[in-house]
Design a protein around this ligand. Structure first.
Ligand code: BTN
Length: 159
């Protein structure tokens, strides 16, 4: 009887540990889907290929120009393989201005399964001559979280 109770106790402890740890251990961070950053910009990563190339759209909430903002295409690549928190990079050649931004970052997933993209960017402005090159690049960071309310899910969008 004592042995049986010990075994049941052991099984319960294992089950509890599994339930607590499994989301953190099993969930892979995926770039696919809709994201919003700390500035309120919106990004939609539509598909990731088997080699890690991806594309999507970016709607920035801010601009360094006076031109009306519109949606721009983005193209990037992420590390593939057995990576739960992959690094990635993508480029946005802004469709409404002659500027270009490159982002690099990492897709993190916390112990509750919540995904976050921590990024750093370089924004290249177009200047008239190489003498002005020194003032042509801005640098910054953005944190993206999922826009759950618009989520279309992930199924069927891995190329
Ligand atoms: C422009 O200024 O004409 C292009 C738009 C640049 C938007 C920048 S890119 C880095 C930062 N993160 C955003 O979401 N928007 C700004």
């Amino acid at each position: 009887m004592m042995m049986m109770m010990r075994s049941i106790g052991f099984i319960l402890v294992l089950a509890l540990a599994g339930a607590t740890l499994s989301p953190a251990l099993s969930k892979k961070c995926s770039l696919i889907g809709q994201w919003r950053n700390d500035l309120g910009s919106e990004m939609d990563v539509m598909a990731v290929s088997s080699t890690g190339n991806f594309f999507g759209t970016y709607l920035t909430s801010v601009s360094s120009t006076d031109k009306p903002i519109s949606v721009s295409p983005l193209h990037g690549s992420q590390q593939m393989g057995d990576q739960e928190q992959p690094t990635f990079g993508f480029t946005v050649a802004w469709s409404f201005s002659d500027l270009t931004t490159v982002f690099v970052g990492q897709c993190f997933v916390d112990d509750k399964g919540k995904e976050t993209l921590q990024t750093m960017w370089l924004l290249r402005k177009k200047v008239d001559s190489s003498q002005d090159n020194w003032k042509a690049t801005l640098v910054g960071t953005n944190v993206f979280t999922r826009s759950e309310y618009k989520s279309r899910g992930r199924a069927g969008r891995v190329l």
